[in-house]
Write a protein that binds this ligand. Structure first.
Ligand code: SF4
Length: 499
């Protein structure tokens, strides 16, 4: 008897898993081969290669995967990494999930497919609807789809009964129109994927540095004397970052990696670009690649705050031994507030607590602090390993404190670098995709488009999910969002897709 239940999660089929010794070298020839395999298998040799040759090129298109920046100056012919090749291949996918596919597979069957299976069904060709009581999605015309959405929205008792989600997959132009439409509809319920990724960064950086985003460019990373990488796996999530780290290393930079996971990309890196140059290719093939981390602190999960407190405590101790050589007093006097209270506070942190909370020895932390003690070109990069903790905001403020002590802000080779996961997540925020819009942004909308935008802040993603659970939300619209998994977990299969 066919089971027609719709599952929230596909059955776990952990088959074929094998455990092997972790590799010590990231990227290399393997990355080149895999990138081509992806591009050719999903987009075809001609189309796939064409797409890769345009990827991240000035007259080409931006990678839709992570948000690692492109060089301002020269760009290599292959200005992409394996992940970028995979994402582009998926975007260039020639397979089609057409009405015939949905007529063959009921919702119950779709719910038993993994995300990868669903992705491999290919790109949607028609708007789809799940009519009340239906077991399958069925095609619907665009006009009917728009009329249905319009009817549902107009039937709401309040615009705040609808939630309009989006993610960094959406380019600036549609993002701007989306927020304008939603605000003219009457709500600020505009959550997005940054609520779950770098919201802590913006919340910590805006009040401390007056800038809710990173203060560095790619050039700063190349010019840094010391780079700290915290709660981030560059080799897995931002592979082209390894090229930037390699450039900095070649200029003498020291890299401190702070991570519970000893990620291969923080060990050694073989730059796939080297295979474009026959001489370099041989060296890269036989060599061990560029060593990345000079100091690797295998911290306890969420032990980063303790590491920072330890580094800062040792910087103060070194300043006592070498007055005026470690702490940038002139910068502190000219540009900061709250230094004295902070210095006294740091004295109270005990090394026992720091060692216990970080899972590291005083000796290890002091070794890291000594790498940046007499330097001021310091860049700190971080990602979800920092931001997705309840104390993420405080930890990022401590990163800022360390930079202010060193005067390592607002100069070449120095600054804060929250590394984002989605290509246009920063762009969307700038376009107004935020449930907590600033008054001056709303004033500008009012002046330009002559309507009174809603002023009450909206729901972020988590509050939105809670409101769905509590039945306070009646309509959920997602544009380019990765919320499908979220809805699956909530057993909320969408009523319709328009793509
Ligand atoms: S580093 Fe990120 S943005 Fe660059 S090609 Fe790779 S996935 Fe795309």
């Amino acid at each position: 008897m066919k089971d027609n239940t719709i599952l929230t999660q596909p059955p776990e089929t952990l088959t074929g898993l094998s455990v092997s010794k972790p590799s010590k070298i990231a990227a290399g020839l393997k990355a080149v081969i895999q990138s081509m395999e992806f591009a050719w298998s999903e987009g075809g040799v001609g189309r796939g290669t064409q797409a890769l040759l345009n990827l991240n090129q000035k007259d080409g298109f931006d990678c839709s995967s992570c948000a690692w920046p492109d060089p301002d100056g020269h760009r290599s012919v292959a200005e992409f990494c394996e992940n970028g090749a995979k994402a582009t291949a998926s975007d260039a996918d020639t397979r089609r999930a057409d009405p015939e596919f949905f007529s063959k597979h009921s919702l119950a069957e779709l719910s038993r497919m993994t995300d990868r299976d669903l992705n491999n069904a290919g790109r949607l060709t028609h708007p789809l609807i799940r009519r009340p009581g239906a077991t399958h999605y069925a095609p619907i015309t665009w006009l009917e789809a728009f009329e249905l959405i319009g009817r549902e929205l107009n039937a709401l008792a309040s615009p705040d009964e609808a939630l309009f989600y989006t993610s960094g997959k959406v380019p600036n132009e549609p993002a701007f129109l989306y927020q304008l439409f939603v605000r003219q509809f009457g709500t600020n319920n505009l959550p997005d994927c940054s609520n779950m990724c770098h919201e802590s960064s913006g919340t910590a950086l805006a009040p401390t540095l007056g800038l809710g985003k990173g203060s560095t460019t790619l050039h700063d990373i190349h010019e840094a004397e010391v780079i700290l990488i915290m709660g981030q796996n560059p080799g897995t999530n931002h592979p082209r970052m390894l090229t930037a780290l390699q450039i900095a290393k070649k200029k003498g930079a020291k890299i401190i990696a702070i991570n519970p996971l000893h990620e291969t990309g923080l060990d050694h890196f073989k730059n796939p670009q080297d295979f474009m140059n026959p001489i370099k290719a041989v060296g890269t093939l036989v060599g061990k690649g560029t060593p990345i981390a000079d100091v690797f602190l295998q911290v306890k999960i969420n032990g980063d705050m303790a590491v920072l407190k330890g580094i800062i405590k040792h910087l103060f101790a070194l300043e006592e031994k070498h007055p005026g050589k470690v702490i940038d007093q002139r910068f502190i006097e000219e540009f900061t507030a709250g230094y004295e209270a902070f210095r006294i506070n740091s004295r109270q942190d005990s090394w026992d607590e720091i060692e216990a909370s970080s899972g590291l020895s005083r000796k290890e932390i002091e070794a890291a602090a000594e790498l940046l003690a007499f330097k001021d070109k310091i860049v700190t990069c971080w990602a979800m390993g920092i931001t997705q903790h309840k104390n993420g905001v405080d930890t990022i403020k401590e990163i800022v404190n360390m930079h202010l002590l060193k005067g390592a802000i607002g100069k070449i080779g120095a600054g804060t670098c929250p590394v984002r996961g989605h290509s246009n997540v920063q762009g969307d925020r700038t376009m107004g995709i935020w449930e907590k819009p600033e008054e001056k942004f709303l004033d500008a909308l009012k002046k330009e488009y002559r309507f009174e935008p809603p002023r009450k802040h909206g729901l972020d993603t988590i509050d939105g999910v809670k409101a769905m659970h509590e039945g306070k939300l009646k309509v959920f619209i997602s544009m380019g969002g990765t919320c499908f998994r979220l809805l699956r977990i909530l057993n909320l299969w969408p009523r319709g897709f328009v793509s």
